[in-house]
Design a protein around this ligand. Structure first.
Ligand code: C2E
Ligand code: MG
Ligand code: MG
Ligand code: MG
Length: 288
């Protein structure tokens, strides 16, 4: 009986593996078409300065407008894109598109672009960035790349080399999802980041959990001591926003302020204001 049960378990397991494998292949095929058929788009989420209430930048977030599945978020296809290497052309498209699109908006804001490990390893990355910055006439210091510690976990030295070259171009580098990784602290020594982005996992509980509050407070002070800026991610309540400001965190982003919005909507300054829920709920009433 035990043997039969074992076989059943294996059969089930095989079945599940099969399903997962089929799903991945389907995503891969669809994703190739997505690129060719122009189904990728970028949504932008404003980041605000907690002192002034002004928008200090926008984070570019990739979206896939799938003909059957609707809007697919990156977590559902980045794994496949990363494994197949498709992330490299897709990521290059994101860099060009984000810089091209935002170059038409008025104001002196930062543009944050996420980079995956495979992208940072790519020998063409720096060249693609340099060309796009030049083509769209963007001041390099306005461009910030967000990486997670996974980038620095790679054995190759190419990654740090490429990050240094991006820095030499004048771009900034931020450490994303800080705190949720394996040994985030040690990665702060591997590269002199310009910014730490405090993961939403910690922000979520700051009002109710004194441990989370202590952690966010410490990360904020650590960033300051290291000469890095701190941005809190995933701010969803007014209470979190007020507390973050009290703790000395400089910037925040999250659904409370504004959800990621398609680039087309940002064509006019009015649309930006309209997209910011902040004004409606009085969050930015201290804005100058
Ligand atoms: P991330 O860089 O940490 O981006 C923050 C994620 O949190 C985004 O998810 C954003 O939509 C979401 N978010 C923002 N505010 C809130 C909030 O108040 N509450 C909650 N629960 N979530 C919030 P998204 O857009 O699904 O992106 C997921 C991840 O995919 C990103 O995490 C980033 O690592 C990656 N990603 C996104 N776009 C790109 C891209 O163009 N290239 C690469 N390589 N990775 C990307
Ligand atoms: Mg990010
Ligand atoms: Mg993050
Ligand atoms: Mg993330």
């Amino acid at each position: 009986a035990a043997k039969a049960k074992g076989r059943d378990t294996i059969a089930l397991y095989d079945h599940a593996m099969d399903h997962a494998a089929r799903e991945r292949r389907e995503i891969e095929t669809d994703l190739r078409e997505a690129v060719a058929r122009d189904q990728l788009n970028i949504h932008y989420q404003p980041v605000i300065d907690l002192d002034s209430g002004q928008v200090s930048g926008y984070e570019a977030l990739l979206r896939w407008y799938h003909p059957q599945r609707g809007v697919v978020r990156p977590d559902d296809f980045l794994g496949v894109a990363e494994e197949t290497g498709m992330i490299v052309p897709i990521g290059e498209w994101v860099i060009r598109k984000a810089l091209e699109e935002t170059s038409r908006w008025s104001g002196d804001f930062r543009i944050a672009i996420n980079l995956s490990p495979t992208q940072v390893r790519s020998p063409h990355l720096v060249d693609v960035v340099a060309r796009a910055i030049h083509a769209y006439g963007i001041r390099p210091a306005r461009v910030e790349f967000e990486i997670t510690e996974h980038v620095l976990m790679q054995k190759s030295n190419v990654c740090v080399g490429n990050l240094e070259k991006l820095r030499e171009l004048g771009a900034k580098i931020a450490l994303d999802d800080f705190g949720v990784g394996y040994s985030s602290l040690s990665y702060l020594r591997r590269f002199p980041f310009d910014r730490i982005k405090i993961d939403k996992d910690f922000v979520e509980g700051i009002e109710t959990c004194s441990d989370n509050k202590a952690i966010v407070s410490s990360i904020t002070r650590l960033a300051e001591a290291l000469g890095m800026a701190a941005t809190a991610e995933g701010v969803e309540t007014r209470g979190q926003l007020d507390l973050l400001r009290e703790l000395g965190c400089q910037e925040a982003q999250g659904y409370l302020i504004c959800e990621p919005v398609p680039g087309e909507n940002f064509a006019t300054a009015d649309a930006v204001e309209a997209a910011m829920k902040a004004d409606a709920s009085g969050i930015l009433d201290y804005r100058k």
